[in-house]
Design a protein around this ligand. Structure first.
Ligand code: SAM
Length: 251
């Protein structure tokens, strides 16, 4: 007797949708997402699609209708509630577009709760295309089977970030000029935290002094070599997740 194939199959495409999902409430997908399902994944009526809405969680949905520009799905089963993510922010200085896309993608995969782009004096860019950035983080969340999208803040000037910094949140400052070894600093710090990382040209002396003078800031080192901004951001987040995030078994 051949085994009944699992439903939904592991290979089912994943998609975030904008409106809250409910059992059997039809979900209408159009535009790029419909093209992805219809043309790229070639879904047909009866096929399964995994849907997430960044609110209720992850659903197994059945394709009811599949056209070139429009796909209708019926949510059949809630598979997982929206996952809790560690209360950790990444505050990366804006970098050149492709490098910043990498930071957005990897920060999403690694489990960051909020990304706050920072504008500093040596930044080569001072604007961020929010729609494009949201598309990058959404695609990364779909790829890594995350059910909660990271919050994406508006780019903020460094002095504004420091002025409005929440009192209860640790501000770890990645400083290539030296600081506490990252793993040590992270594993002893309880509660909400964030990592601030500089641009290609680094922070200037006045900015460094202002950050170091901030009551919530702790300078951390990511080793003896001068890392690119995107490498420092990705490495710093990974160390935090391993030391204080959700890579640790909660016993
Ligand atoms: N200012 C440097 C320069 O001389 O060109 C380079 C800045 S580095 C490319 C970009 C950012 O990555 C720095 O501002 C810092 O936040 C972080 N970073 C790089 N290497 C680091 C290290 N070894 N430890 C801590 N942070 C580091």
């Amino acid at each position: 007797m051949p085994a009944t194939p699992a439903w939904p199959p592991k290979s089912a495409p994943r998609l975030f949708v904008d409106s809250p999902i409910a059992l059997d409430l039809p979900v209408h997908v159009e535009g790029n997402k419909a093209h992805y399902l219809g043309k790229v994944m070639r879904v047909a009526p009866g096929d399964a699609v995994i849907l997430c809405d960044d609110t209720t969680g992850e659903w197994a949905a059945e394709v009811v209708e599949a056209g070139k520009r429009h796909v209708t799905l019926a949510p059949r089963e809630l598979l997982r509630e929206r996952e809790p993510v560690p209360d950790f922010w990444l505050c990366p200085a804006l970098l050149k577009k492709d490098r910043f896309d990498l930071v957005l993608e990897k920060a999403t995969e690694l489990g960051v709760a909020r990304i706050v782009p920072v504008v500093t004096r040596r930044c080569v860019a001072d604007k961020l295309n929010a729609e494009r950035a949201r598309a990058v983080t959404t695609e990364a969340a779909e790829q890594c089977a995350r059910t909660a999208l990271p919050e994406l803040g508006e780019p903020v000037k460094l002095d504004t970030l420091l002025r409005d910094w929440p009192q209860d949140r640790h501000l770890f400052f990645a400083d290539e000029n030296g600081g506490e070894p990252a793993a040590d600093a992270f594993c002893y710090a309880e509660g909400p935290a964030a990592l601030l990382v500089g641009p290609e040209g680094g922070f200037d002396e006045a900015e460094r002094a202002a950050i170091r003078a901030h009551p919530a800031s702790v300078a951390i080192s990511l080793g003896p070599r001068i890392l690119r901004g995107e490498t420092a951001a990705i490495a710093g987040v990974a160390v935090w997740m391993a030391e204080a995030g959700d890579w640790i078994d909660e016993e």
